[in-house]
Design a binder for this molecule. Structure first.
Ligand SMILES: *[C@@H]1O[C@H](CO)[C@@H](O)[C@H](O)[C@H]1NC(C)=O
Ligand SMILES: *[C@@H]1O[C@H](CO)[C@@H](O)[C@H](O)[C@H]1NC(C)=O
Ligand SMILES: *[C@@H]1O[C@H](CO)[C@@H](O)[C@H](O)[C@H]1NC(C)=O
Ligand SMILES: *[C@@H]1O[C@H](CO)[C@@H](O)[C@H](O)[C@H]1NC(C)=O
Ligand SMILES: *[C@@H]1O[C@H](CO)[C@@H](O)[C@H](O)[C@H]1NC(C)=O
Ligand SMILES: *[C@@H]1O[C@H](CO)[C@@H](O)[C@H](O)[C@H]1NC(C)=O
Ligand SMILES: *[C@@H]1O[C@H](CO)[C@@H](O)[C@H](O)[C@H]1NC(C)=O
Length: 798
């Protein structure tokens, strides 16, 4: 290394530490000058050229070895081209996290804002909130980047459909409805990525990015570790119909409507093929059909998983030298890995050079991947400097008072009121100082509230715990009753029971945490762990005053015993409410906030899980075998609480003010009627039409009047479902096609307008995976489970 180079490296290191001042852009005239190069001679730094031309120029300057060294998450850079290393892997599922190596915290910035986990935020059914959180998180991400503490590419959100209540990662997801999951993805991704003023840039390959998001895990993932079957070995057997209708839909919405910069393929196989080695899924679906502008990355060590876990394409016993054998197995895979741009891991960097030299893969393929990667970095301003005004963000934008308030607001908006006998909530002691018992393993929760993909250390900007927040409203006796949520001993229950006798109200903070439901850990039953149920029942039994049960969980719990216990007056579900969770719960309990959260998943009875293995992917029931089906769209059995359930401190009424009665489609000359299977064996003249053959431009306007008929101000979520004609085999019971959270003062009424696509909102997916619109009497159902209103719409084709 000569003196200039040394100086250059030093400046380089310096600039990554003092980002704000030194400006971390690569195309920096002075830096090149120090290297003795005139930047003007380098097309990859010419900001008048299109990104694809610049990326090609950069890649063409690299040797094969240099190229291959950039294909892992830890890209090492090319010093002679002034191209620094870049760590692609950062995470920001519900706040910037240091779980990925691209982000770390230091003495100056010890934590980032931690929002509730996604399942609770989803329960708000408020798209504005979902996007606002994405914007707050990306402000903090940019600030951390400026401070040299984070990268610009975040592998979030998780948009797998919560297919089974046992799944350990439900906390990360927006629930069981593919349409809701997709809408969440679009809003969160746009919140993270969009640069204000550039949302609608015509050339999407040059659209500036605030940070790069990533929709994962593609696809049909959602088994982590259940009775010895883990995600590294799981082969999801999925029909094309379920694929199109359920597992792919959120990803399609994320790519097409969210314009996400990246998709991550998953560990599992789908029908025998590891998703990361399936050119049909990666190339055809994501790139050709949906038109991804960005890169595809493999989940971490996925390639190793294909080789060692799935033993894909290779049964050779491991007898040769490990490295050579691994390389050989990798080479067998390579022709399938064509469309995978980035390896979170080391297989690509370790073995791809040899693969090119042996003729297993062309260097051109590697060039294509690198171009996808560098175009994203160019859109992020990594070469030319930050887009927008983000270079001004710094330390004070992380854990800012506004972001902490937004975190509390998200928890308030998401919390679901499940039971409220005699309107016991909100509690009001008319100015007198009450005495409370605060019991249960979550009574003094901190890190349990922030869930996974938070800070490894469990640190947060600050915590508002349940016991502290309740303590602001009265004198508190604290007795957890169990040492942790596993509650393996009943030794401490009597202390909680004693604490509860004679108080003005008892609060039970109970439920699950990452020791019960987590990545790599699925549940085996739907009950409270250990002695928790006994704790709840015994505490309730001695109470002569209100008992309020607050449940922390992602998946549903069979709480029939508590629902039916008259001594338990009120039940709230608080998901994992984030670092500000304590005060958010207290705001709801004591009436500063009127709850309006709705369950984003079905809460099934405990025996549901005896009727189907976690590994079955099928959504539709099979009556002959007792297979009950999955999600509100297909499961018609009893529930503890249905999808969309949630109470308020006020009441609402709904009516449909206007909706079309008849929709007719004129068939084009070349358009054929499609036969579908009818339950009664009849076959109408033109039973259905194919969506792909229709223009599908017709819009239907549906106006719903909603009125707050109670005495308190409050919000409600208006759900709009479409219900297909009753005689069609295999159709869903109903399907959500629109939703809107609205706030109404006591007595106030509002008309909520929905605009539906006449094809897309009334279609079904046939057994052959075709999307069709059936003729006949469809309906629209509005409202919540208890008092729905509906109207019929006739569909005819001529
Ligand atoms: C913290 O910030 C100060 C200046 O604000 C700086 O001098 C110091 O090096 C920083 N510490 C770390 C660990 O980055
Ligand atoms: C991807 O699909 C396109 C269009 O079908 C095809 O031309 C191309 O060769 C495919 N690429 C790979 C690497 O499979
Ligand atoms: C709650 O836990 C914290 C430590 O995490 C402790 O400092 C505090 O005293 C506890 N609160 C009560 C009421 O025991
Ligand atoms: C649990 O009970 C034991 C013995 O009765 C006591 O020493 C311990 O402090 C109790 N723990 C809690 C958290 O109440
Ligand atoms: C409830 O308390 C009564 C005494 O007050 C006791 O006899 C009964 O066993 C208790 N029941 C439960 C379920 O703890
Ligand atoms: C559920 O569907 C089955 C047939 O698919 C039917 O026999 C049963 O009556 C339905 N149950 C309810 C509660 O609607
Ligand atoms: C939706 O969320 C936004 C952002 O937090 C909030 O300002 C608004 O009041 C919420 N809407 C309703 C109806 O609760």
């Amino acid at each position: 290394m000569d003196a200039l180079q040394l100086l250059f490296s030093f400046l380089f290191i310096l600039s990554s530490y003092y980002g704000v001042k030194a400006e971390t852009r690569i195309c920096n005239q002075n830096a090149f000058k120090l290297m003795g190069t005139d930047m003007g001679t380098l097309p990859f730094c010419d900001n008048k050229l299109p990104y694809n031309v610049r990326a090609k120029d950069l890649v063409d300057r690299m040797t094969l070895e240099e190229k291959v060294a950039q294909l892992g998450n830890k890209a090492i850079g090319v010093q002679r081209l002034n191209l620094p290393g870049y760590e692609w892997w950062s995470e920001a599922l519900h706040g910037v996290s240091d779980v990925g190596p691209g982000t770390h915290f230091d003495k100056n910035v010890t934590a980032a804002s931690s929002f509730p986990t996604v399942i609770l935020t989803t329960a708000s059914f408020n798209e504005t909130l979902w996007k606002a959180i994405g914007q707050a998180v990306s402000d903090e991400a940019r600030a951390l980047f400026n401070l040299g503490l984070a990268g610009l590419t975040f592998w979030s959100p998780t948009i797998n459909v919560a297919r089974d209540p046992r799944w350990g990662r439900i906390t990360e997801t927006p629930g069981e409805d593919p349409f809701i999951v997709g809408r969440y993805a679009v809003n969160y991704v746009r919140g993270l990525q969009d640069v204000v003023g550039y949302e609608k840039t015509k050339d999407l390959n040059s659209r500036p990015l605030k940070v790069g998001a990533c929709c994962k895990h593609f696809a049909a993932y959602d088994v982590d570790n259940w009775k010895g079957i883990d995600r590294y070995h799981f082969d999801a057997k999925v029909t094309e119909r379920d694929m199109v209708e359920t597992f792919l839909l959120p990803f399609e919405m994320c790519v097409k409507d969210g314009d996400v910069a990246s998709v991550m393929c998953s560990y599992n196989r789908v029908n025998g093929i590891p998703t990361c080695a399936d050119p049909r899924l990666l190339n055809q679906t994501i790139r050709q059909h949906w038109g991804l502008h960005g890169y595809i990355v493999a989940d971490c060590d996925s390639i190793e998983v294909m080789i060692d876990g799935h033993k894909f394409l290779n049964d050779t016993p491991e007898e040769a030298v490990a490295q050579t054998l691994k390389a050989g197995k990798f080479h067998n895979l390579l022709h399938l890995l064509h469309r995978l741009d980035l390896d979170c891991g080391k297989y690509y960097p370790d073995y791809a050079t040899l693969a090119v030299k042996k003729g297993k893969v062309t260097e051109n393929t590697i060039d294509d991947s690198l171009k996808n990667l560098y175009i994203v970095l160019m859109r992020l301003g990594w070469f030319d400097g930050s887009p927008g005004h983000y270079s001004a963000l710094g330390k004070n934008d992380v854990c800012s008072p506004q972001h902490l308030e937004l975190s509390a607001e998200a928890a308030r908006e998401g919390i679901v009121l499940l039971k409220n006998d005699n309107n016991i909530l909100p509690l009001n002691f008319n100015g007198k100082q009450p005495k409370f018992a605060v019991v249960g393993p979550h009574a003094n929760a901190t890190i349990a509230m922030i869930g996974n993909y938070a800070l490894k250390s469990g640190l947060a900007c600050r915590y508002s715990t349940p016991v502290e927040a309740i303590g602001a409203y009265g004198n508190v006796v604290y007795a957890p009753g169990c040492l942790n949520v596993k509650c393996q001993s009943n030794n401490n229950i009597s202390q909680a029971v004693q604490a509860s006798a004679g108080v003005d109200a008892t609060f039970l903070f109970v439920g699950l945490d990452l020791s019960i439901e987590a990545e790599s850990l699925d549940r085996i039953d739907l009950n409270f762990p250990g002695w928790q149920q006994s704790l709840i029942t015994q505490v309730a039994n001695v109470s002569t005053n209100p008992v309020i049960l607050v449940i922390f969980s992602a998946g549903g719990i069979d709480i029939t015993f508590a629902k039916e216990n008259p001594k338990i007056s009120a039940i709230l579900w608080a998901g994992y409410p984030g670092a500000e969770g304590g005060r958010a719960m207290a705001d709801v309990i004591f009436g500063k906030y009127n709850p309006a959260g709705r369950l984003p998943i079905t809460w099934y009875p405990a025996d549901y899980v005896n009727k189907l293995p976690m590994t079955s992917m099928q959504l539709r029931p099979i009556p002959e075998s007792g297979y009950p089906g999955r999600t509100y769209k297909f499961y018609n059995g009893s529930t503890i609480y249905p999808f969309g359930y949630g109470l308020s401190y006020t009441t609402f009424s709904y009516s449909i003010k206007s909706a079309p009665k008849l929709v007719t489609f004129d068939l084009g000359k070349l358009q054929q009627c499609k036969q579908i299977t009818m339950l009664d064996g009849t076959q109408p003249q033109c039973p259905a039409i194919l969506v792909q053959d229709s223009k599908c431009t017709e819009r239907l306007n549906i106006n719903v009047k909603v009125q707050n008929t109670g005495k308190r101000d409050g919000a409600t979520v208006v759900f709009l479902y479409s219900v297909p004609p009753s005689n069609i085999a295999g159709a869903p019971i109903k399907r959500l096609v629109g939703f809107n959270r609205v706030f109404l003062r006591a007595g106030e009424a509002q008309v909520v307008k929905f605009t539906l696509n006449a094809c897309k909102s009334f279609s079904i997916i046939g057994e052959d995976a075709y999307e069709v619109v059936p003729a006949g009497e469809h309906s629209i159902v509005v409202g919540d489970g208890s008092n729905p209103v509906s109207t019929q719409i006739s569909f005819r084709f001529q």
